[in-house]
Design a protein around this ligand. Structure first.
Ligand code: OGA
Ligand code: NI
Length: 380
């Protein structure tokens, strides 16, 4: 019996080793083929490893951080001023918060999580139809963070969908599983709506739209017509989770990201130089500030570094919905947040510049945002 097993796994191992582009098909394929160790291409240098098994490591917090929780339904009741204040604090101090009672039904969320899992259960031939290096493609299946540029690959497969305008993109989305388009379209529309409602409150929290309905309407209109990209992420169990990451430290490019995670932990955010796990809350959205909102707020609200750790026993799924203005638009600091005490801190930024930047560099950490800064703020 044990002899038979050995031959079996040796056979698989040699199949994997002889297939030349084994990394191209992603990590789920490696795991489905019974890989028992992490291939070299995925092993991070020691200083970049997650250190999940080393509680003495100074960069991984021993205690959990209680991230701010915003009760969305409270935003539209008598406590609105206080909730707006909590929202402002969350955006300034953490750049991250969780939203509960947001009005998107459990049914819509569960179905999206479920159909995403079923998509990744499809044979690799079916998923692989959507592999492309064209970053403007309506649908893009891939692996790692940036498959072509990452020096070390990470333990994630993804399906990215461009969502706006939906009638244009929907016919390009996967038609297998059969209910995929319908479920994902409903989910995309509802998260977009929630994004707009959240931005309305965030604009108020920045104090730039008081008594000025027109300014507010114009900004919201630009976001309403803006871009939406959904990333369906799949992190298979990893035989040696302390050697690699599901996603390296990065910030998101847009205004806000609305993330739905399943009940397996893995997302960590950086706060005061330490990494904290974001505890999954059933039916909540994890919301984080992206680079474009940092620019728009002239640095008042910060986009935050986050990463994903993997584990050896459970697969993890998440759906990230990234929202910004249109791919043709320009993001600039709001004139209302610029004065003598607060000079303009960021250069105007368009997507062309961003795409040109990420296609030439490894986009780790917040390097793109750094490149847009006009003033280096000196500490001491
Ligand atoms: C992302 C991201 C986190 C997660 O897709 O940009 O940070 O938990 N995802 O999957
Ligand atoms: Ni992210």
């Amino acid at each position: 019996m044990s002899h038979g097993m050995t031959i079996f796994s040796d056979q698989i191992k040699s199949n994997i080793e002889t297939s030349e582009n084994q990394n191209d098909k992603g990590v789920k394929q490696l795991v489905d083929n019974g890989i028992e160790t992490v291939p070299k291409k995925y092993i991070l240098p020691p200083s970049e490893r997650p250190d999940i098994n080393n509680s003495e490591h100074p960069n991984v917090a021993k205690q959990n951080l209680q991230l701010p929780i915003i009760d969305f339904s409270d935003l539209f009741g008598p406590n609105r001023p206080q909730v707006i204040q909590s929202l402002a604090n969350a955006c300034e101090q953490f750049g991250f918060f969780q939203v509960v009672n947001h009005g998107i039904s459990e049914d819509v969320m569960n179905k999206m999580m479920d159909v995403s899992g079923r998509f990744f259960d499809l044979p690799i031939e079916e998923r692989g139809k959507y592999m492309t290096s064209d970053m403007r493609a309506a649908v893009r299946y891939g692996t790692s963070f940036s498959q072509t540029k990452d020096k070390v690959l990470c333990w994630r497969d993804f399906l990215k969908l461009i969502c706006h305008p939906l009638p244009h993109y929907l016919p390009h989305w996967p038609d297998s599983p059969l209910d995929f388009r319908k479920v994902a379209a409903t989910y995309a529309e509802e998260t977009k709506h929630l994004f707009i409602r959240l931005m309305e409150s965030i604009l108020e929290s920045l104090g730039i739209v008081e008594d000025n309905q027109e300014v507010k309407d114009n900004i919201l209109k630009e976001l309403e017509d803006g871009s939406q990209l959904m990333a369906v992420n799949f992190y298979p169990p990893c035989p040696q989770p302390d050697l690699t990451l599901g996603m390296p430290p990065h910030s998101d490019y847009g205004f806000l990201t609305l993330l739905l995670q399943d009940d397996v932990e893995g997302l960590q955010i950086q706060f005061q130089e330490q990494w904290f796990t974001v505890q999954p809350i059933n039916n909540a959205f994890v919301v984080n500030i992206g680079d474009h909102l940092e620019i728009f707020s002239n640095g008042k609200y910060k986009s935050v570094l986050h990463r994903v750790v993997v584990n050896s026993s459970k697969r993890r799924r998440s759906i990230a919905s990234l929202h910004s203005i249109s791919f043709n638009g320009t993001v600039r600091p709001s004139p209302k947040l610029i004065d003598e005490a607060n000079p303009k801190r960021y250069a105007d930024t368009d997507f062309e510049t961003f795409l040109a930047y990420i296609s030439t560099k490894e986009t780790k950490r917040k390097s793109f945002l750094e490149s847009r800064k006009l003033i280096t703020i000196l500490h001491d």
